[in-house]
Design a protein around this ligand. Structure first.
Ligand SMILES: C[S@@+](CC[C@H](N)C(=O)[O-])C[C@H]1O[C@@H](n2cnc3c(N)ncnc32)[C@H](O)[C@@H]1O
Length: 359
């Protein structure tokens, strides 16, 4: 048995030693502490894990994304060498489904340099098992991609990056902190307020008690990748839950075993995530010189890519699974399920016309 402190004990020790920590620091430690973070442990996906994602619901999700990327590669005149990078590839299911379809396009597989950005060793092993045939390479920095065009895909990656929270009071905007009250973790406010001028215009004059969340880490990732794409050509597709315009409202949530869980109670054992501010991602991509497509809902995106036809063909080939296929289609696209909450974001080299982003 190991006597090393647990992650909750480590976090509490840090607070006792250096004082309250920002929500971003708390979230970063909870999710990616090198030994004890949530994303360093067992596979969190699927029925036995904490949550399920679109590619795990149906192979159709990845297959349609495969068509999407083949289309972009063809628009770029089928470069002989290009990088396909996935951020947070989970079990490798999305990429396996994408490549099964995409590699039918002549020349695609020979030109492909597959890169994966992943923090979880258990998931890396699963990715390797599913994608070994494509010779994937894991990268730990975005400067480690080849010189050719760069195509990036990210499903439910940006929501897992740390956010900072700011709360409006009569004095200004105070950063929300995690501290200890009677030895129990609790939220509090930093004593020094920031002026309204430090906040984006869309939220600066929100009423007292409003909460503004900002994901500097997400914008940084987008800026880095968009910078590379803007010089080498390519595009980034990010699908996630989130909102179209920067706004106030608390979205930080904890999930454990498919149920909402207290954010502060069990760090390292709870998935923490926040809705993605697509406006902020768009600003970062645009600044780097990319053309940002109008945001579309996941339902619209998949329907426009031909989900209906794909579901029919799949059901015809597997009549015994027709009911499951129809249920999966509904789950991915119905407005009261994943169809509206999840959105597809794309930023691309000017001139490229990413499929399904305009009617
Ligand atoms: C919610 S899961 C989504 C998995 C997969 N994209 C899917 O749709 O099934 C988030 C993924 O991002 C990875 N991840 C989370 N934070 C990360 C980080 N800071 N750096 C690299 N990977 C990260 C997780 O390990 C996991 O693979």
């Amino acid at each position: 048995m190991s006597d090393s402190p647990t992650l909750p004990e480590l976090i509490d020790m840090q607070i006792r030693t250096t004082g309250p920590m920002s929500v971003a620091t708390y979230m970063g430690l909870s999710l990616t502490h090198p030994h004890k973070g949530y994303y360093k442990g067992a596979d969190p996906l699927g029925a036995k894990g904490d949550f399920i994602t679109a590619p795990e619901i149906s192979q159709m999700f990845g297959e349609l994304l495969g068509f999407f990327f083949v289309n972009l590669w063809q628009q770029m005149s089928q470069p002989k060498e290009f990088t396909l990078l996935e951020l947070g590839p989970g079990r490798g299911t999305l990429m396996a489904d994408m490549l099964r379809v995409a590699c039918r396009a002549e020349g695609f597989r020979d030109a492909l340099d597959l890169r994966l950005f992943e923090t979880n060793p258990s998931l890396m092993a699963e990715q390797n098992a599913r994608l070994e045939a494509y010779d994937p390479k894991w990268i730990d920095g975005f400067d480690k991609v080849g010189p050719g065009p760069l195509l990036v895909v990210a499903n439910e990656f940006f929501d897992a990056l740390p956010i900072r929270q700011f709360v409006r009071t009569d004095q200004g905007w105070h950063e929300r902190m995690v501290g200890l009250i009677d030895d129990k973790r609790a939220f509090g406010l930093s004593p020094t307020p920031l002026p309204a001028s430090a906040m984006p215009d869309a939220v600066a004059h929100a009423p007292p008690n409003s909460i503004y969340e900002v994901a500097f880490a997400g914008s940084e990732v987008m800026a880095r990748l968009a910078g590379t794409i803007s010089t080498q050509g390519g595009a980034i597709l990010a699908i996630d839950y989130g909102y179209a315009t920067t706004q106030t409202g608390e979205t930080l949530q904890g999930v454990r075993r498919h149920a909402y869980a207290d954010v502060l109670e069990s760090p390292g054992d709870t998935d923490l995530s926040a809705h993605v501010d697509f406006d902020a991602l768009g600003i970062a991509a645009k600044k780097a010189g990319l053309a940002v497509q109008p945001l579309v809902s996941q339902g619209q995106f998949l329907d426009r890519l031909g989900l209906g036809d794909r579901a029919k063909a799949l059901a015809l080939a597997n009549p015994a699974s027709a009911g499951d296929i129809a249920a999966a289609r509904k789950r991915l696209t119905a407005p009261d399920q994943m169809g509206e909450l999840f959105k597809a974001f794309c930023a691309a080299s000017p001139g490229l016309v990413p499929p399904a982003f305009s009617a």
